[in-house]
Design a protein around this ligand. Structure first.
Ligand SMILES: CC(C)(COP(=O)(O)OP(=O)(O)OC[C@H]1O[C@@H](n2cnc3c(N)ncnc32)[C@H](O)[C@@H]1OP(=O)(O)O)[C@@H](O)C(=O)NCCC(=O)NCCS
Length: 112
């Protein structure tokens, strides 16, 4: 299945749509230099490689459309599925900050 790619101003978005329903079931979007990214795969589509493919495509787009040499994400420390995915992609742990409700981990992939 081919992902759909959107690039508007500084926002990049990649998504997968169901062929049957036309509904988006997996997406990632963010503003590269800010590092704000949302990644989501609907539950029934998880562990089928879509999260990995979205991340790989997002990293490819950051490289293609910006001068950035790194990608940065933030993630809750207790989100083990997401952390496992980011580590598998070669992200490294950089810092932890405690906000009022949760511990946030900053993940960085340099030399993209
Ligand atoms: C995190 C998320 C995007 C992963 O999507 P996914 O399509 O299931 O991920 P993939 O199938 O591409 O998995 C790739 C790798 O990530 C790791 N991984 C993914 N889900 C995992 C889980 N539940 N437990 C452990 N490792 C997991 C594994 O290493 C996996 O490789 P493998 O299947 O060969 O073992 C999905 O669980 C999700 O949408 N979660 C809710 C939203 C969220 O947490 N977003 C991230 C915010 S920081």
């Amino acid at each position: 299945m081919m992902p759909q790619i959107f690039s508007e101003q500084q926002m990049l978005r990649v998504e997968y749509k169901s062929k049957e329903t036309g509904n988006v079931f997996a997406y990632i979007y963010g503003v590269p230099h800010i590092g704000l990214v949302t990644l989501h795969v609907d539950e029934q589509y998880r562990r089928q490689g879509y999260g990995m493919k979205l991340m790989q495509e997002y990293i490819r787009l950051v490289k293609e459309k910006t001068n950035e040499t790194f990608v940065r994400f933030e993630c809750h420390k207790d989100n083990s599925p997401a952390l496992a995915l980011y580590r598998k992609l070669g992200f490294s742990f950089r810092e932890e900050t405690d906000d009022d409700c949760a511990t946030i981990i900053c993940l960085l992939k340099v030399g993209i």
